[in-house]
Design a protein around this ligand. Structure first.
Ligand code: ADP
Ligand code: MG
Length: 319
């Protein structure tokens, strides 16, 4: 098909056919093309469902993010919510409100990124909705996953005395966003931060390992920044916490960029979002995987106390 052909001339059904032709559906599953998708139920398992909306101008800037990366990220941020419960992603639904300014080449690249990421995590696109938008691009993704009955880790499980841990470095994505918005020259470090911002890798295998670990009590993924995300665990669990700012894991790339551009690494690590690392609490005698970094402790009360600095490191709030 002509790569320059505009989406309008393809029509809704042409578009859906184009999307469907790129998807391979597992045996026993009914995917794109009927009124509903069907998925076999597995005994002893629970179904996890999550959905997220991405709006041009608030969650991404269409001129800045390559179509492939936007597709990748749209799938990744939702799969990360399944990882956050300790689940395994299985299927996704993708709804698009497409403005006329986008061509079929853009859609093909978007779908390539979406499907490449999905394939990596064994998540099959089974349906969605397609409509036109008068102005902005809107993307809604729903992901289904599964977890062993009773094993999903909730935000409400933290108890005083628990260690607070993260699965990997924080602040890289926020650093990448600074590189993009400030239009900084991109050396190897800056490029790596931009890649982490555009193409996060949800921590599915890490989440599955933590789900199977009894001592792990509460878990979520870090999408808004640990400063605000940790508060969700504290509120849901009715606890407080003490976090050592200097214990937050920082990548070498972020350290280098902070030196070069005069950024505050702890501000980026705390209040910058979109790292999609796991944040979890575990009983102190739990045998933790080597990639788990302890950053603090759950306490009685309801206060979130930072040690290691006098500054207030909040977190990103959309509203
Ligand atoms: P309905 O009228 O039942 O809502 P649609 O015409 O909207 O059906 O969609 C037809 C089929 O294409 C359905 O299986 C739907 O899930 C799928 N579909 C529509 N848009 C998308 C999309 N953007 N990505 C994947 N599947 C889609
Ligand atoms: Mg429809």
């Amino acid at each position: 098909m002509d790569r320059e052909m505009e989406l309008n001339s393809l029509g809704e059904f042409g578009l859906i056919r184009r999307i469907a032709s790129a998807v391979k559906v597992p045996d026993g599953v009914l995917g794109i093309g009927d009124d509903c998708a069907t998925l076999p139920q597995k005994e002893g398992m629970e179904t996890l469902v999550t959905t997220d909306m991405l709006v041009e101008g608030s969650h991404f800037l269409l001129d800045d993010i390559p179509a492939y990366m936007l597709g990748w990220k749209s799938a990744a941020v939702n799969i990360s919510d399944i990882a956050a419960m300790g689940g395994r992603p299985s299927a996704s639904f993708l709804s698009l409100a497409l403005p006329g300014k986008l061509g079929s080449e853009w859609l093909d690249e978007f779908m390539q990124g979406y499907l490449d990421l999905s394939k990596r995590y064994g998540c099959t696109l089974l349906g969605g909705d397609t409509t036109s938008s008068p102005d902005r691009l809107c993307i809604n993704v729903t992901v289904l996953g599964e977890s062993v009955h009773g094993q999903a880790k909730l935000r409400s499980g933290a108890v005083p005395g628990d260690l607070i841990c993260v699965s990997g470095p924080l602040g890289d994505s926020a650093g990448g966003l600074r590189v993009i918005l400030d239009r900084l020259e991109r050396g190897a470090d800056e490029k790596e931060l931009v890649r982490r911002h555009y193409a996060p890798l949800p921590r599915v295998s890490e989440g599955l390992a933590l789900a199977a670990t009894e001592g792990v009590h509460a878990m979520m993924d870090i999408s808004d920044g640990i400063g605000s995300d940790l508060r969700h665990i504290l509120e849901a669990s009715g606890t407080g916490a003490e976090v050592d700012l200097k214990a937050l894991p920082l990548s070498d790339e972020l350290r280098h960029c902070c030196e070069r551009h005069g950024w505050d690494p702890y501000r980026l690590a705390c209040s910058g979002g979109e790292d999609y690392e796991l944040l979890f609490t575990a009983a102190p005698d739990t045998e933790l995987p080597t990639w788990a970094k302890v950053i603090g402790r759950i306490t009685d009360g309801s206060e979130l106390k930072w040690t290691g600095s006098d500054e207030d490191y909040g977190g990103f709030a959309h509203f």
